[in-house]
Design a protein around this ligand. Structure first.
Ligand SMILES: [Zn+2]
Length: 337
């Protein structure tokens, strides 16, 4: 597909962190000073996760009050609408914005208010995924998830586990997510990004409906078969994974392998600003680098609708949008013939 066609394609984004996806304009406005692109995005030759993580400091400062959170939600949907993202699940860690003045509930409500305004102005539908953090205590994570559960179906769509996977294996969070499952909160888990395949297996065992990244099951046919059979959505973020060295080279990136294994693969940005990417750029990249065909790009979008933590009515609308675009293209192609 040409770049123009990829931009025009109605797109679905399932793995996008709020703090890593805020625009330069928004951050400059909030900080009251100019910032250089180098302060916000990794260089093309980013060599480590440490360099990657450094870039979250400034945007983090911008979402420490109600106004910042409201504007951040509006800002991210505005950026997405420019490339025809029609549905997005935005994730963030509410406890990182909690202060004496702003409770966890207030944090979530403030973001939802901004996103709601963005939806009205830009027509991008959304769901919020609230991230528990691996370095937080089980008590704090549990409190956050219980608070977020109150907003399930009213803007919040799921929970997640994020943070340093290599230092904190999934086995330490089984109790937290058993309880999350019990209270009816769906969840995805960052697993197999910079940790091992056991983290993926454990996440699915405890009830994760999707896996963030999942790179570590490369070459593991048995686990791939299990996840394919269960219809677990795989949130792949190619450009980010290469930058953080989740894979050492483009040749090692398993998107072709995962698609051929019948896994429910989706392609996402992870962090639009930190990775200096868009969904259009990710799709262009996988087409060029891994020979992902046009019909597979459409399959990626259908997989994303399927795997979305959205209600049936929203999913129906999204299927119609993606399909109508395909039909229009077919008519145009036939007219040319
Ligand atoms: Zn992520």
């Amino acid at each position: 597909m040409t770049r123009e066609k990829l931009i025009a394609l109605p797109k679905i984004e399932l793995h996008c962190h709020l703090d890593g996806s805020l625009s330069k304009e928004f951050i400059e406005k909030r900080l009251g000073r100019e910032v250089s692109p180098k302060e916000l995005s990794v260089s093309d030759d980013c060599t480590s996760l440490a360099e990657y993580l450094e870039k979250f400091t400034l945007p983090g400062l911008c979402i420490m009050d109600e106004e910042g959170l409201k504007e951040s939600g509006y800002d991210v949907l505005k950026s997405m609408s420019r490339e025809n993202v029609c549905y997005a699940e935005i994730r963030f860690a509410p406890l990182l914005s909690e202060t004496e003045e702003m409770s966890c509930a207030k944090v979530i409500e403030s973001l939802l208010e901004g996103l709601e305004k963005g939806r009205a102005d830009f027509g991008v539908e959304f769901g919020v995924i609230t991230c528990a953090m691996r370095h937080h205590s089980e008590e704090d994570n549990s409190r956050m998830i219980k608070t977020a559960r109150e907003y399930l179906g009213c803007g919040v769509c799921a929970a997640d586990l994020a943070g340093a996977e290599a230092s904190y294996p999934m086995s330490e969070f089984m109790n937290l997510f058993q309880n999350t499952h019990k209270i009816g909160m769906p969840f995805t888990i960052h697993a197999g990004e910079c940790g091992n395949a056991q983290n993926i297996a454990d996440a699915v065992r405890v009830g994760a409906e999707r896996i963030g990244h999942g790179i570590a099951m490369r070459g593991n046919r048995e686990l791939q078969r299990e996840l394919a059979a269960k219809g677990i959505g795989i949130e792949m973020c190619p450009i980010s994974n290469l930058q953080t060295k989740a894979v050492q080279s483009t040749a090692e990136y398993p998107i072709r392998e995962f698609l051929d294994a019948g896994l429910k693969v989706t392609v996402n940005t992870d962090n639009r600003t930190v990775s200096n990417t868009t969904l259009t750029k990710e799709l262009e990249f996988v087409q060029k680098t891994y020979g992902i065909r046009d019909e597979e790009v459409l399959l990626l979008m259908k997989n994303a609708v399927d795997a979305a933590f959205a209600g049936e009515a929203v999913k129906e609308r999204l299927y119609r949008k993606v399909n109508s675009k395909i039909k229009r293209d077919e008519v145009n192609e036939n007219e040319k013939l």
